[in-house]
Write a protein that binds this ligand. Structure first.
Ligand code: DQA
Length: 142
């Protein structure tokens, strides 16, 4: 019973990257938090990060091939540009929940469009690192 937690560009720098916007927790901190919560929910966490769009596409395909229960996807800036990610989410039956630390809808205009959100079953954004755990709780109920 595995949930894939896929993270896109620049999220490897979480903690030091614009902490006023994204908070001081690192991706490792988030992984630890999700593993703890996952244990309570009976879910294994497979958390990955890449700065390369195609890796995210490959991992979405893999989530389906491996029978993952769900994918939490923070695609970073690819959220707002990637028709390839939109198509990949539509190509698989594995449910995908869109996640963002910040609330892109209150930021620059160019962050208001989300290709990921067009195909995701749900979006959790604006709660900082907690966005991931809210999304994991939602995934557990699927
Ligand atoms: C983000 C929001 C995106 O607009 C931005 O490009 C990111 C992070 C977030 O988690 O708030 O890289 O996905």
């Amino acid at each position: 019973n595995t949930v894939y937690v896929l993270n896109g560009p620049n999220l490897n720098l979480l903690g030091m990257r614009e902490p006023d916007i994204y908070g001081s927790e690192t991706l490792d901190d988030i992984a630890g938090m999700l593993e703890d919560r996952g244990r309570e929910l009976g879910l294994d966490i497979d958390l990955r990060q890449s700065n390369h769009e195609g890796h995210l596409v490959d991992w979405l395909h893999e989530a389906q091939a491996e029978g993952a229960k769900a994918v939490l996807l923070n695609a970073g800036a690819y959220t707002h540009t990637s028709i390839a990610l939109l198509d990949a989410i539509r190509a698989i039956r594995t449910p995908v929940i869109e996640v963002h630390l910040s609330d892109p809808s209150t930021r620059e205009e160019f962050r208001h469009l989300s290709y990921v959100g067009m195909a995701a079953i749900e979006t959790v954004q604006g709660f900082g690192a907690q966005s991931y755990s809210v999304a994991l709780d939602a995934a557990a109920k699927l």
